[in-house]
Design a binder for this molecule. Structure first.
Ligand code: HDD
Length: 691
């Protein structure tokens, strides 16, 4: 292992009194012995057997053999970054948490985004929920807000979590499918758990296909409590709002991205941070009291329900920016351990039975994943404020406590010894609350959790027609992969409770008869629509998007520059794609370097494309399937296509029909850039059978 310190290290004096110096770049064993040869093992002669004595070889292979640790049982695939949280509005009247006391105060954070079902080596773009876990390093300990990009969950009680995860993971006997919910066991479970139907609608929506981790909302999901210095508590839900807006891909696009770049999301985050385009989110809270909670047609302790923003608007109290990529993926992103039990004075739990179960699971899992109860000493997990207690020893203990005070109470200080830390009256106090008077022990589900369909119906009704079409198509796709007909039927029967139109369209897409409805436990309500639940009703943002410019020899360099300038002006980036990665010779003889070769950069990787090609270039590219796919996919995915006059033949061969997002250049440079975050949805009907 090479040492990295800047200066030479001074070793103890030798027998003759001389101080030994060693260059800090010297390769050593784990125990500090300098290594003379890192290329050859120790052998008995040049062609002889390797000797057991070779401790340098054995140490290196021993360490290598144990480099992998168990992956997370869920959320195994993820990527993370460092950053900071800044309080933008102090709320001492609501919470005594130190991070909400002073406008402008900043605290470091580490954030890990993840998919849920896939293994560590799976792809970034499956249809899946995304984890959105934030560790705040506050001066009163770490607060972990371990959320998702969807505000509700599949189940109401933690006791069902292992069943849910077993059902969605690869099937037990065959070990597939990987990172996919489109299979028998998932839908079998779902169809028997009507409480999951609300989250299923989200998972089948475009929310489960984010364009970028930087363009996702985040949600704490559960109802938590804020507690002020007087001990007064209110309920709260936490929301992260991306400043780059919310955007998703299409299913066909996501499928193709996973082939073209399985690391699409992590690369996007890495590139953005390296280029100084630090992604930011606003932290919003929905605050409400018991009276509000009691008046709702749902239970605020039920994690399958959300509180419409129309009922309790978001109050923005902070912002988070991610501005530093980890130095080492394993040491930081892999070893980071999030714990919903990490809260700080001023924040408290609620009785949500899903949350209560999580309070056990995370601490427990870290022991099996990271191997020791001392996982909190790993730098990314360690609090950045002082930490003292009487917990001792254990595997991989790296702290060397002094003295003999490892118990409490003690009176060692009376003898002049360090007696260790004492509990503080400023420490964490759980909210005092009277629980229901009928406190007999029971395994029950509250009656107030029984409405499983009204919010699922509200979610569907709140979407635009285009988004509704995507949900129906996703349900048809997933159920078409289900091989057990009775499972498909049971899902259809459940869907009838969300809406007859939903069930009919899915049945039609499957070519199936509509089975009788399964009676819901409670009458389904027609709740008012909530525009905040739709992605396409939100304001589009241009910053952070990427324009792919396909060029050939003889291309107009001025036009390329105009496009680069216009994209830069709105905070978007540009990638040059050429037949050869060496680049092209522009009209006039100048050389233009390329970022990508055409078959390594399909148009699914870009938000819009421009074809800046000569007529000869178009002829050449017509013989290249990757170029035809580049254009026809951009069209099928409803993306804006800007083109120079020379591109005409290529557009025709790729089947591009004129519409307002097929834009002639150079006149339409600005129009093209304005289309970077919107799609020409009218094309969907032209390229796909209706569902
Ligand atoms: Fe969980 C990881 C989010 C319910 C048990 N969960 C994990 C991560 C996220 C979430 C983002 C990855 C953290 C990281 O990046 O390391 N989980 C959620 C949300 C839930 C939820 C938003 C519902 C609202 N989880 C949930 C339940 C249980 C678990 C009900 C168990 C009873 N979750 C775990 C776990 C994991 C985990 C097994 C695996 C790795 C880890 O904890 O550290 O303990």
């Amino acid at each position: 292992m090479a040492r990295k310190q800047a200066t030479a290290s001074t070793l103890p004096q030798g027998e003759g009194g001389e101080t030994q110096q060693r260059a800090d770049s010297t390769l050593t064993t784990n125990h500090g012995m300098p290594v003379s040869d890192n290329q050859n093992s120790l052998k008995a002669g040049a062609r002889g057997p390797t000797l057991l004595e070779d401790f340098v070889l054995r140490e290196k292979i021993f360490h290598f053999d144990h480099e992998r640790i168990p992956e997370r049982i869920v959320h195994a695939r993820g990527t993370g970054a460092h950053g900071y949280f800044e309080c933008t509005e102090a709320i001492p009247e609501l919470s005594r948490a130190s991070l909400f006391q002073k406008k402008g105060a900043q605290f470091p954070v580490f954030v890990r985004f993840s998919t849920v079902a896939g293994s560590k080596g799976s792809k970034d773009t499956p249809r899946d929920v995304r984890g959105f876990a934030v560790k705040f390093y506050t001066d009163e300990g770490n607060w972990d807000l371990v959320g998702n990009n969807i505000p509700v969950f599949f189940i109401q009680d933690a006791i069902k979590f292992p069943d849910l995860i077993h059902a969605v993971k690869p099937e037990a006997d065959r070990g597939f499918p990987q990172a996919a919910s489109a299979h028998d066991t998932f839908w079998d479970f779902i169809s028997l758990m009507p409480e999951s139907m609300h989250m299923v609608m989200w998972a089948m929506s475009d929310r489960a296909l984010p364009r970028s981790l930087r363009m996702m909302e985040g949600f704490g999901v559960h109802t938590f409590r804020l507690v002020n210095a007087k001990g007064e508590a209110t309920f709260v839900k936490f929301h992260w709002r991306p400043r780059l807006g919310v955007q998703s891909t299409l299913w066909d696009e996501a499928v193709k991205i996973s082939g073209a770049d399985p690391d699409y999301h992590r690369r996007d985050l890495y590139d953005a941070i390296k280029e100084g385009n630090f992604p930011e989110w606003d932290l919003g809270i929905q605050v409400f009291d018991e009276a509000f909670a009691d008046a709702q047609p749902y239970d605020v302790l039920d994690a399958t329900k959300l509180i419409p923003e129309e009922d309790v608007p978001l109050r923005i109290i902070g912002r988070m920016a991610l501005d530093r990529w980890p130095d080492n993926f394993f040491a930081e992103t892999e070893q980071v351990a999030f714990l919903p039990t990490n809260i700080v004075p001023g924040i408290d739990f609620s009785n949500d039975p899903l949350l209560q179960g999580r309070l056990f699971s995370y601490l427990d899992t870290q022991k099996s994943r990271l191997g020791t109860t001392n996982f909190h000493q790993i730098p990314v997990n360690a609090p950045k404020c002082p930490m003292h207690n009487f917990q001792r020893d254990g595997m991989m203990q790296t702290v060397v406590p002094k003295g003999r005070a490892n118990y409490e109470p003690n009176s060692l200080d009376e003898a002049g010894e360090d007696g260790g830390p004492r509990a503080s009256d400023q420490g964490f106090v759980s909210v005092a609350r009277f629980e229901e008077p009928a406190t007999e022990k029971r395994r029950v589900r509250a009656e107030s959790f029984a409405d499983h369909f009204s919010q699922a119906r509200m979610f569907f009704a709140s979407q635009t027609e285009v988004e509704q079409g995507h949900i129906i198509a996703a349900l048809v796709f997933e159920l078409s992969k289900v091989q057990l007909p009775h499972v498909r039927d049971r899902v259809l029967a459940q869907l009838r409770n969300i809406g007859e139109d939903v069930a009919n369209r899915v049945a039609d897409g499957l070519g199936a008869e509509l089975p009788p409805a399964i009676a819901p436990a409670k009458p389904v309500l027609d709740l008012p629509v909530s525009d905040a639940l739709s992605i396409l009703k939100k304001e589009p943002v241009l910053a952070g998007r990427c324009l792919g410019i396909l060029v050939t020899d003889g291309a107009d360099g001025k036009l390329v520059e105009m496009l680069q300038g216009a994209a830069k002006e709105v905070g978007a980036s540009v990638k040059i794609i050429a037949p050869k990665v060496g680049g092209v010779v522009l009209k006039g003889g100048k050389h233009l370097a390329a970022d990508e070769k055409i078959d390594g950069a399909p148009s699914v990787l870009f938000d819009a494309v421009a074809l800046v090609i000569s007529a000869e270039g178009a002829q050449l590219l017509m013989g290249e399937k990757a170029a035809l796919d580049f254009v026809s996919d951009a069209f099928a995915h409803c993306k804006a296509i800007g083109h120079s006059t020379g591109a005409k033949a290529l557009l025709d061969k790729a089947g591009v029909a004129a519409d307002k997002a097929v834009i002639a250049l150079p006149d339409g440079v600005d129009t093209l850039v304005e289309h970077l975050s919107s799609r020409e949805w009218s094309r969907e009907k032209a390229v796909k059978l209706p569902v």
